[in-house]
Design a protein around this ligand. Structure first.
Ligand SMILES: NC(=O)c1ccc[n+]([C@@H]2O[C@H](COP(=O)([O-])OP(=O)(O)OC[C@H]3O[C@@H](n4cnc5c(N)ncnc54)[C@H](OP(=O)(O)O)[C@@H]3O)[C@@H](O)[C@H]2O)c1
Length: 362
């Protein structure tokens, strides 16, 4: 680690994910918040005045007086790295301009996730996919710039649990997942209160195809030439995504079938999940949780209100592991959607990239 922290810019700093970035980066020893960007609506205002702060922790003192700027690379010249919590409607063009201006970009937006040369990384799942960054730089003639994305927040917890099981027991052939997703997953102000109070909305636009495609890429491998990814395209995935009246934390009920004719027992699955350690933990990254998967044995866990802050929101929680009468095994899994499902994942991806020498000071 360098003596001086790397200077970080945040795109979309005023939004739900942007606020999480600020909250988490304010105590991170590897990065120091340097520049905040948002839309023209916010530009020119002090961060304190531009932002409708929604987190329980107080807004860090050192960002209150920073002037928010528009998301133009020229304003970010002091930054070594850029984190993006931009709305997907505008993220594509803006992030592209930052990559071309030679910034390493760690993004939460969907726009580049499925591109061939773009790593889609959950740091508790597949940090080894960062190996393709150098190929991306070669293809686009970049020296320092690149983009790494993290996944849709609904798939995060499921991918962590399935990666642990796939490593130990081999391929998973079928996945059926039903999500119960928090309101904050839609950003702010998100779903109108009259639509979500006393209700469940059994549709989230575009979410199910993203879940299915991203899970295959996340559980896939870097190809032999290290130029892209071999997705788990033989794995059959079916997701049903629902919005529920919970503030933070996406819960999913998951049933899986293993490719093997001799699937593991419930006890073997529990032991495997409990013992799972990801590369980002082994590397000793600051934001990596001590426990990747916290397995609860009580019959009524995990629950969003009780378990979402496990490992400071960086762990996922699994419970109700049991036999499935249709497939092999079923369980519930919970992940904090704005921490390990968004800003926390981006920051930990950047910490891994820093240890790999992909991100460095100017
Ligand atoms: N919420 C989650 O749990 C979650 C999880 C994973 C991924 N994501 C993804 O992360 C991204 C951000 O989501 P969010 O929930 O934080 O959304 P959000 O609360 O709506 O925040 C959007 C941010 O984008 C900025 N923005 C909007 N239009 C802009 C423009 N034309 N130029 C520059 N900045 C602009 C906004 O700035 P102003 O305040 O100035 O309008 C705000 O800072 C999205 O791509 C989303 O899909 C979200």
């Amino acid at each position: 680690m360098s003596a001086k922290p790397l200077k970080a810019g945040i795109l979309g700093a005023t939004g739900t994910v942007g606020q999480r970035f600020i909250n988490l980066l304010s105590t991170n020893p590897t990065f120091e918040i340097a520049v905040l960007g948002a839309s023209e609506r916010s530009a020119g205002k002090k961060y304190n005045d531009a932002t409708n702060w929604k987190l329980a922790d107080r807004m860090p003192e050192n960002v209150k007086a920073l002037t928010v700027c528009v998301c133009d690379p020229a304003h970010f010249s002091s930054c070594d790295v850029v984190f993006s919590g931009l709305d997907a409607n505008i993220a594509g063009e803006i992030e592209k301009s930052f990559i071309e201006a030679e910034f390493p970009v760690f993004s939460n937006a969907k726009n580049f996730r499925m591109y061939d040369r773009v790593p889609l990384v959950i740091p508790l799942v597949n940090p080894e996919h960062l190996a393709v960054v150098s190929e991306q730089q070669k293809e686009f003639n970049l020296k320092k710039g690149f983009i790494v994305t993290n996944s849709n927040c609904a798939v995060t917890g499921v991918a962590v649990a399935l990666k642990a099981l796939q490593l130990k027991f081999g391929d998973i052939s079928h996945v059926l997942a039903t999500t119960m997703q928090a309101i904050s997953g839609a950003g702010y102000p998100g779903v109108p209160s009259l639509d979500i109070m006393d209700n469940v909305v059994p549709f989230i636009g575009g979410e199910e195809p993203k879940f299915e495609a991203e899970l295959m890429k996340l559980l896939g491998t870097v190809n032999q030439t290290c130029t892209g990814f071999d997705s788990k395209s033989n794995m059959k995935v079916s997701a049903s995504c629902n919005r529920v009246p919970v503030v933070d934390g996406h819960l999913a009920s998951v049933s899986i079938k293993f490719a093997s004719a001799n699937p593991p027992s419930v006890d073997q699955v529990v032991e495997c999940l409990q013992n799972y350690k990801s590369e980002s933990q082994i590397l000793g990254c600051y934001s990596a949780p001590e426990i990747a998967i916290d397995v609860r044995m009580e019959s009524d866990r995990p629950q969003p209100r009780l378990d979402r802050m496990n490992g400071n929101g960086m762990s996922v929680t699994v419970g109700r592991v049991r036999e499935c009468s249709v497939f092999d095994i079923k369980f519930s899994v919970l992940a904090h959607n704005t921490i390990i499902g968004a800003a926390g994942a981006s920051i930990l991806n950047a910490e891994v990239a820093y240890k790999m020498g992909l991100v460095f000071p100017k």
